[in-house]
Design a protein around this ligand. Structure first.
Ligand SMILES: Cc1cc2nc3c(=O)[nH]c(=O)nc-3n(C[C@H](O)[C@H](O)[C@H](O)COP(=O)(O)OP(=O)(O)OC[C@H]3O[C@@H](n4cnc5c(N)ncnc54)[C@H](O)[C@@H]3O)c2cc1C
Length: 369
């Protein structure tokens, strides 16, 4: 059986690794030219996805690269009130450790034999057992797995659903080498997650393994055209920072000081999602994992779901080595239920974030009763 996986993200690589552990060959086609072609972004908190790493035989190596202290959390209101501070004891279990996305991807890539990942293969179209790549090449398959993320080219084979704008736009900025350049701000942010919520905005700051603090400023209830109308000059980082500080009108100066300390990397990111509870009629020769199947608000579930999808599809194929249509049906039945529940929970958290008193609502979520 020829298993073609499109996309070497966490979902596709977890699938290829679990298949490999069970002696089943697959090929991963990835559009990027190499593992270093693009920065992989910041930290991920990995909780339910740890099961996938166990099935992949990689859990000990995962714990070696995970940062337990990344579980620290500070929650504040825009006027500077600290509502919650959780510092992780040294001997706390690694229930939700943070890991650098690039390190996690490298762990999975290094666990695969040479040649499994074919770099520089951007899928153009797929039909009737044939993949056609942007460079004119082609390959055949018996089972095609779309692990190609939010803008999946494989998804249209199964459903007409498309990602739509969530009404959230994020501006990503960051402070390099914060311990040396801004020790006062480093102490304020701490070792893990620093959240300021309220007024239809959020500021999330997070320490990365390389000493950079990544900051995401989210603007809720904003439309698809918001970046064009926001007055943020993305081609002039200093002026863009000044405009962002204006947009944090009334926020405590310690928060605007974080923005002022950022370097010139400034990335706009429009947030899109697929419908909650998306399903499709099973096909024997095509399925999806990860964001291609269930793109959710970015509240800490997507990477975990992608890892689990890949591992559980791999286990289903190993359990039915001569009957991949049954494996796909079993995988999809479980995935639809699990991902639907995660998407509903993510949508509820998203509702909290949008509220004017988001920080207090989030506190009640963390500390019910
Ligand atoms: C800012 C941010 C923070 C996040 N933080 C968290 C978190 O803390 N915890 C969490 O669980 N989730 C988090 N997420 C969500 C998480 O990043 C995604 O859900 C997860 O990466 C999805 O993995 P994937 O393998 O499905 O897709 P991706 O990681 O998007 O990988 C898809 C791969 O497919 C390749 N590809 C795409 N198109 C083609 C093509 N045509 N041909 C060949 N290859 C192609 C891409 O190059 C890519 O390598 C966050 C998301 C964002 C945006």
């Amino acid at each position: 059986m020829r298993i073609a996986i499109v996309g070497a993200g966490l979902g596709g690589l977890a699938l290829a690794r679990v298949l490999h552990v069970h002696g089943i060959e697959s090929v991963v086609y990835e559009r990027e030219a190499s593992r270093h072609a693009r920065g992989q972004g910041g930290m991920l908190d990995i909780h339910s996805g740890q099961r996938a790493l166990r099935e992949a035989g990689l859990i000990d190596r995962f714990f070696a690269i995970a940062r337990g202290e990344g579980q620290d959390m500070r929650l504040l209101e825009p006027d500077g009130t600290l509502l919650l501070q959780e510092d992780t004891p040294d001997d706390a279990p690694l229930a939700r450790p943070e890991v650098d996305r690039a390190d996690l991807r490298d762990l999975l890539l290094d666990s695969l034999p040479d040649g499994v990942v074919r770099w520089g293969h951007a899928l153009g179209s797929a039909a009737d057992g044939v993949l056609r790549f942007a460079d004119g090449g082609s390959a055949t398959y018996d089972l095609l797995v779309g692990a190609d993320g939010a803008q999946s080219r494989v998804r249209p084979l199964l459903t007409d659903a498309r990602p739509t704008h969530l009404g959230q736009n994020v501006v990503e900025i960051g402070i390099p080498d914060i311990d040396r350049t801004h020790p006062d701000l480093a102490a304020m942010v701490g070792r893990g997650n620093y959240w300021v919520l309220g007024d239809g905005l959020s500021l999330g700051a997070q320490r990365n393994g390389d000493g950079r603090v990544r900051i995401g400023l989210s603007f809720y209830r904003t439309g698809e055209d918001w970046f064009a109308t926001s007055g943020i000059p993305f081609d002039d980082p200093a002026a863009a920072r000044a405009r962002l500080i204006d947009l944090l009108d009334g926020w405590h100066p310690r928060f605007t000081a974080l923005v002022a300390a950022c370097d010139d990397t400034i990335v706009p990111r429009a947030i899109t999602t697929l419908p909650v509870g998306l399903t499709w009629p099973a096909r024997p020769d095509v399925t999806l994992v990860g964001d291609a199947a269930h793109l959710m608000p970015p509240v800490g579930e997507g990477a975990n779901m992608a890892l689990l999808d890949g591992a559980l599809l791999g286990l289903a194929l190993a359990a039915h080595p001569d009957d991949h249509p049954t494996a796909v049906r079993e995988y999809e039945r479980e995935m639809f239920e699990r991902a639907g529940a995660a998407a509903r929970m993510s949508a509820q958290i998203q509702e909290l974030l949008v509220a004017p008193d988001a920080a207090r609502r989030m506190l009640a979520f963390f500390q019910p009763g």
